[in-house]
Write a protein that binds this ligand. Structure first.
Ligand code: SF4
Length: 103
C-alpha cells in the first residue's frame, strides 16, 4: 500500500538583524490603505489576500470591496467590546494587512 505523504505548514521564520529566530511581524502600512476604508483607527492595506477571516470575525466592521477583491473597514468600532473584536481580526489576519494606527 502506498504511504500517504504528510504536509505540514509552518510560519516562515526569518533571522532578523540581531540573529534572533523570532518571526518578523510585518505591520500594515497606513500609506497602502485600500480605497474604501472609513476614516479612523482601523484600516486594511493592499496586502489583503481576500481570505475572508476578518469579515467572519467582525462582520459589522469589515466588508469586501467586490471590485478590488480586498477587504476594508466599513465601520469603526466604538465600544471596548467592538474594539476587541476588531483587534481579534487584526491579530488573525494571515498577512498582517490590518492596521490599528489609522487616523
Ligand atoms: S483577514 Fe486579512 S487577508 Fe483576510 S480578508 Fe481580512 S484583511 Fe484580507
Amino acid at each position: 500500500m502506498m504511504q500517504q505523504k504528510r504536509f505540514t505548514f509552518r510560519k516562515k521564520r526569518v533571522k532578523n538583524k540581531v540573529g534572533s529566530n523570532q518571526p518578523i511581524h510585518k505591520m500594515a502600512d497606513i500609506d497602502d490603505k485600500t480605497e474604501k476604508n472609513v476614516p479612523g483607527k482601523f484600516y486594511v492595506d493592499c496586502n489583503c489576500i481576500d481570505c475572508d477571516l476578518c469579515r467572519e470575525t467582525a462582520p459589522d466592521f469589515f466588508a469586501r470591496d467586490d471590485d478590488e477583491g480586498v477587504s476594508y473597514v466599513s465601520k469603526q468600532p466604538e465600544t471596548d467590546e467592538e474594539i476587541a473584536l476588531c483587534q481579534e481580526a487584526l491579530e488573525g489576519c494571515p498577512v498582517q494587512a490590518i492596521g490599528d494606527d489609522g487616523e
